[in-house]
Design a protein around this ligand. Structure first.
Ligand SMILES: Nc1nc2c(c(=O)[nH]1)N[C@H]1C(S)=C(S)[C@@H](COP(=O)(O)OP(=O)(O)OC[C@H]3O[C@@H](n4cnc5c(=O)[nH]c(N)nc54)[C@H](O)[C@@H]3O)O[C@H]1N2
Ligand SMILES: Nc1nc2c(c(=O)[nH]1)N[C@H]1C(S)=C(S)[C@@H](COP(=O)(O)OP(=O)(O)OC[C@H]3O[C@@H](n4cnc5c(=O)[nH]c(N)nc54)[C@H](O)[C@@H]3O)O[C@H]1N2
Ligand code: SF4
Ligand SMILES: [Mo]
Length: 764
């Protein structure tokens, strides 16, 4: 074997979680298509060389037995047959158009568009959606982050970043960054706060997680009772002058009403009900109230449990009451190339309630951030309502496995008149499709995400391909472009002039593109497609997928000229946008796109009146009900609370399917407290039957004193099928959504209560 030289290291990023750490890889194997060595990329401006344990397993994603290499069509016997691309594109376009023309494009739903590492392809789906008149869409954000997105928009007018690198108090709520990362350089950042006597790490989690073990204050809340714990903390702050009243008066509206409400919180009673000792509530309130900079990070432990939306609102008060917005070490509003959360809201009436917000067609559910609540999708299909969804396009997502109640989702997908799935592998959802379209892996094409949430220096990482695409695949932008063409949206030659100018010079292209679009609105309406087919061919081979970024760079440079200039891109007219785009296109380890100033009021208070709307009537009303709220008792036959899907050192949603990657002793285990295990008669590695009102699965037990008594936890992303050595498909581990129910969801935004599933466990 020849020794690899240092020059063989190629920069890219890890696609296993939203941190997208910059990495360097070496290729090897018989055909040079295996990722054989991996290390952190120190040149990456955000991750700076950091990775977690999972990154070493990336080749299980790149190379596996389920990769697709041809479009598949379901034949009359219900089996898949290979078809060529022209046939697949033509037939798919015809079928969608016929549904559009007969029932209306709003009966076709778009789901997905990208996972943890790939958002570029989904950006081009906008043109297909436009061509079909698709109105409703959704993705996994509508089963976790829509509550947060809603309250953030209402209160702050945008989305925020917690400066955990510099804060003196970090509050981590329902998140275990030690295992789930997401936060940049998570383990280093958590350890730094933990080690520093002048900084305080507060962790709210029923479980003694690895992160909780680092905490100065671990609030071991009873599951599902976060809202009382957080109210008690805020109540104690208000009742003991631990709030920054000058800041609130100067920068917020409605604070009198909110402070009055919190002044009435029976702190001791709430503390007791939440399971957290009163002294710890006091200690937490004092740490937050006396801090210069407070950073809050919430995640699934609170977002997938009862009162989740109210919790998200109260979690923002944790940094707002001490006035910790718009400063170093605090919380800052972010601007990125493209926001994953749209700021569309209804109308806020004179009484403070939102009305005329968008809703879903059948159940009338609130649509936040343009996303139909995931838990409502089956009900929007399995009905004879005339406005039901009749067809779907699923791209880079596995909803038949990842959304609540897989069995109902299977029924719903089977009831559709037409389902097309775009993926790199055969998935549980693809199995149910009429057509499956294969895409190259994220290491075989230009790829990027819009998870650029950093502040004050924000970055963008366009990854270059490491190898040629797998034969038989087409990148998503090409698939979408061909669908648009099969639907006859543009005339032959309609884009020829723009194509010609693009070949000459990108500066002229900008002038020409914006001039032409004022007379031809179609160019803007189909902007991803138009850029892909005009500017795309003028970019380096394969980089046509980056064409849409050019449009985003131009917009970003127009809307944030100072931030872009501070990052080094300037000049008149379209020059700054052009320079920014060139830097992103040519950069291989991530590119700095903007530099902001801490505390710039124009950006920190984006709402129209320049103030934070501390009061949010819907939430204040719900807060008022807590004093009289009775927890619904657990049913006698389901005495345990199951967290259905937690992050472990070997889970990555469903991105890696080959079970060989599961390295630790028993990564598929159901964790249970020793007392409960003893009562049920279970020991380590015992097999048990786990049952909820929706179903039963077999699990292997791990007894763990990290678990709070009365609670059990199952890892996420398992229960995937994969061919064994003989080619027989076997399932490893339990699929959590065989156990979850659609109706157990947040009343505001429909997010599931996966962390609060009543369950029973029996020895087998
Ligand atoms: N290893 C790994 N990392 C991942 C992923 C992965 O699949 N595997 N997925 C990525 C994705 S998509 C996401 S969204 C993030 C999610 O990241 P996290 O939110 O950190 O993930 P979880 O482990 O599901 O849940 C976090 C914590 O919630 C706690 N919890 C359970 N019930 C409650 C409760 O009632 N209250 C509170 N306060 N806490 C509770 C659990 O004990 C657990 O420690 O992870 C990302 N990173
Ligand atoms: N019970 C329970 N359910 C959960 C969770 C839980 O904690 N408990 N967690 C939830 C959370 S937070 C999330 S984010 C969701 C995630 O669930 P999904 O949004 O469904 O995402 P993934 O499981 O990451 O699946 C991504 C799909 O993209 C495919 N893919 C990878 N690369 C490419 C590519 O380049 N192109 C295309 N077209 N496809 C590609 C993969 O093969 C995979 O099928 O799961 C949710 N489900
Ligand atoms: S933190 Fe996330 S992106 Fe970084 S190496 Fe780990 S899984 Fe990959
Ligand atoms: Mo997620």
């Amino acid at each position: 074997m020849t020794r690899k030289k240092d020059g063989d290291w190629k920069p890219t990023a890890c696609c296993l979680c939203l941190a997208n750490c910059g990495i360097l890889v070496q290729l090897g194997g018989d055909d040079g298509r295996s990722i054989v060595r991996i290390r952190g990329d120190k040149k990456h401006p955000v991750s700076r060389g950091y990775t977690c344990n999972k990154v070493l397993q990336l080749d299980y994603y790149q190379n596996n037995k389920q990769r697709l290499n041809s479009p598949l069509r379901r034949n009359a016997d219900g089996l898949f047959e290979k078809v060529d691309w022209d046939t697949a594109i033509r037939e798919i376009a015809e079928k969608y158009m016929s549904i559009r023309d007969t029932h209306g494009g709003d009966k076709i739903m778009y789901y997905g568009g990208g996972g943890q590492g790939n958002h570029l392809g989904g950006a081009y789906s906008g043109s297909v959606q436009k061509a079909l008149g698709i109105r409703y869409r959704s993705n996994a954000l509508a089963q976790e982050k829509t509550g947060l997105a809603w309250v953030s928009n209402r209160v702050l007018g945008g989305f925020w970043h917690a400066d955990l690198e510099h804060c003196d108090v970090a509050v981590i709520i329902g998140k275990n960054p030690w295992q789930s990362n997401g936060i940049q350089r998570a383990r280093i950042v958590m350890r730094d706060i933990s080690k520093n006597p002048d900084r305080t790490l507060i962790v709210l989690d029923p479980q003694r997680t690895e992160t909780a073990e680092l905490a100065d204050i671990h609030l071991a809340v009873r599951p599902g009772r976060d809202v009382w714990c957080i109210s008690a903390i805020l109540g104690h702050m208000v009742q003991n002058n631990l709030v920054n009243i000058d800041w609130l008066e100067a920068n917020t509206s409605g604070h009198e009403a909110v402070l009055k409400q919190l002044a009435q919180v029976p702190v001791e009673q709430y503390a007791e009900f939440s399971g957290v000792p009163f002294e710890k509530i006091v200690q937490t309130a004092e740490a937050i109230g006396n801090a210069q900079g407070v950073g809050v990070y919430e995640d699934l432990g609170t977002e997938m449990a009862p009162h989740s939306t109210l919790c998200s609102y109260l979690n923002m008060l944790i940094f707002l009451l001490p006035g910790s917005l718009g400063k170093k070490g605090g919380t800052n509003m972010i601007t990125g190339l493209n926001s994953l959360f749209s700021s569309v809201l209804g109308h806020i009436g004179g009484d403070g309630y939102e009305v005329n917000y968008p809703t879903s067609p059948v159940t009338g559910s609130r649509i936040v951030s343009n996303l139909v609540p995931c838990n409502m999708i089956p009900e929007e299909i399995l009905t004879d309502h005339p406005d039901r969804f009749r067809a779907m396009l699923v791209e880079s997502a596995n909803p038949a496995h990842s959304l609540a109640d897989s069995s109902r989702f299977r029924d719903a997908f089977e009831a559709l008149e037409f389902l097309v799935v775009i993926d790199v592998v055969m998935t549980e959802t693809a199995e149910l499709a009429d057509y499956v379209l294969p895409a190259p892996s994220q290491y075989e094409k230009y790829e990027a995400t819009f998870f650029n949430f950093e502040y004050p220096v924000n970055t963008y990482h366009l990854r270059h391909p490491l190898m040629e695409p797998m034969p038989g695949t087409l990148p998503e932008p090409e698939i979408h472009a061909r669908l648009v063409e099969a639907m006859g949206i543009f005339e032959e030659g309609e884009l020829a002039e723009l194509q010609r100018v693009a070949q000459d010079s990108r500066d002229q292209f900008a002038e020409r593109f914006f001039a032409e679009s004022s007379s031809n609105p179609k160019l803007l309406a189909y902007i991803p497609y138009v850029l892909y087919r005009t500017l795309g061919p003028a970019l380096p081979k394969g980089a046509d997928s980056a064409a849409a970024l050019w449009g985003l760079c131009q917009m970003f440079a127009q809307t944030h000229p100072a931030h872009v200039r501070n990052a080094g891109y300037g000049g008149q007219g379209f020059a700054a946008g052009e320079q920014l785009f060139t830097a992103i296109l040519e950069g291989k380890s991530g590119t700095i796109i903007s530099r902001e100033e801490f505390g710039d009021p124009a950006y920190q208070f984006p709402k129209e009146d320049g103030k934070v709307a501390l009061q949010m009537k819907e939430m204040n009303d719900e807060l008022a009900t807590l004093a009289d709220y009775e927890m619904p008792p657990l049913p006698d036959d389901f005495p345990l609370i199951l967290a259905a899907g937690e992050r472990r050192s070997y889970t990555a949603n469903t991105i890696i399917r080959n079970p060989d990657w599961l390295k630790s002793n028993n990564p598929t285990a159901l964790c249970i407290n020793p007392v409960d295990a003893g009562r049920i008669g279970l020991t380590d590695n015992a097999t048990a039957l786990l049952t909820t009102k929706r179903g039963s699965v077999e699990v292997i037990v791990e007894v763990s004193d990290r678990m709070q008594a009365g609670t059990i936890a199952l890892p996420n992303g398992l229960g995937l099928s994969y061919p064994d050595a003989d080619g027989n498909r076997t399932v490893t581990g339990a699929s959590p959504n065989e156990l979850t129910a659609l109706e157990d969801r947040d009343p505001w935004v429909g997010t599931p209560w996966h962390k609060y599933v009543p369950a029973r466990l029996e020895a087998l």
